[in-house]
Design a protein around this ligand. Sequence first.
Ligand SMILES: NC(=O)c1ccc[n+]([C@@H]2O[C@H](COP(=O)([O-])OP(=O)(O)OC[C@H]3O[C@@H](n4cnc5c(N)ncnc54)[C@H](OP(=O)(O)O)[C@@H]3O)[C@@H](O)[C@H]2O)c1
Length: 303
Amino acid sequence: MRAACTISFGGRAGIPKLGRCRLAVASGSYIPRRRYVFAPAKIEEGEQVAIVFITGSADGLGRAAAETLLTEGHRVLLHVRSNDRIPAMGDIASRAAGIAIGDLSSAREVKSIADQVNAIGRMDAIIHNAGVYTERTRGSTIEGHPNTLAVNSLAPYMLTALIERPARLVYLSSSLHRGGEGSLSDLNWNKRPWDWARAYSESKLHVVALALALSRRWPHVLSHAVDPGWARTKMGGVDAPVDIDTGQRTQSWLAVSGESAAKVSGRYWRHLKQEAPANEATHPEFQARLIAEFARLTGVALP
Ligand SMILES: NC(=O)c1ccc[n+]([C@@H]2O[C@H](COP(=O)([O-])OP(=O)(O)OC[C@H]3O[C@@H](n4cnc5c(N)ncnc54)[C@H](OP(=O)(O)O)[C@@H]3O)[C@@H](O)[C@H]2O)c1
């Protein structure tokens, strides 16, 4: 992976200099070849133009968060699973700082995504948004993991470990994480009969625990978990009570806001308000054991 032309990062650490840049990245990621004119017209007072990487931004809450941040004048690095999904992004593809490409269920492709992001430069924020829900069978990734564990838990862990540390991290969780306690004895679902709902709950507890652990481990990074509510997306379905804009608002706010309320760390949020997460996710011992298991399963150590 090689950036043919890199964005100039200057001024405050990680904040790109305003100006023009032509950018192309060889093989693996797609960067529209066009001139970028950064126009932070709607940036709120106290905010600076940020560059934000959002996983799973072809659809749903990820795409909606990308649209919000682009409209506010921020820069967004999008992500899709494959080239075939680029057309689904519509016009945000041409407005983005680039598009990282890779399937999150493959460890090799997750590593490639990290390389693609690092080739562009340090992100100000990363929203770990991509996820799967109703996986009716355990499935088995190339590495032998259930798809739910690989996409929802191991991929965000690996990307966190492999991408240059941003200033802010946001992990998409769910209120269903409260049904996911007690997963450590069989993270990989080798001993238990498959239960897709339980596997999803466990994966969403994992990312809360990871977000909270990182807030202590990396004190200079603001790290959060967000429950978007039951939102009307491909995953949530048409009967979901929460509109997509409400569903994306908390994570896009946490990614860039200059408000003091957004500059705390280690919190669990729903609709711009902090809530108490499941007890287990807050326990340092559980967090440490989880991270050790992730490191063992992926072969990737968390710095
Ligand atoms: N919607 C809800 O009610 C709700 C509630 C609580 C939590 N959440 C969480 O919010 C996040 C976003 O959900 P959503 O409702 O926006 O879901 P969605 O509409 O199904 O979108 C999920 C996104 O993740 C991507 N993705 C899934 N598997 C992938 C893989 N293997 N590799 C690369 N990308 C992959 C999808 O790509 P494709 O488009 O190519 O499939 C899509 O862009 C998820 O983490 C979810 O668990 C959602």
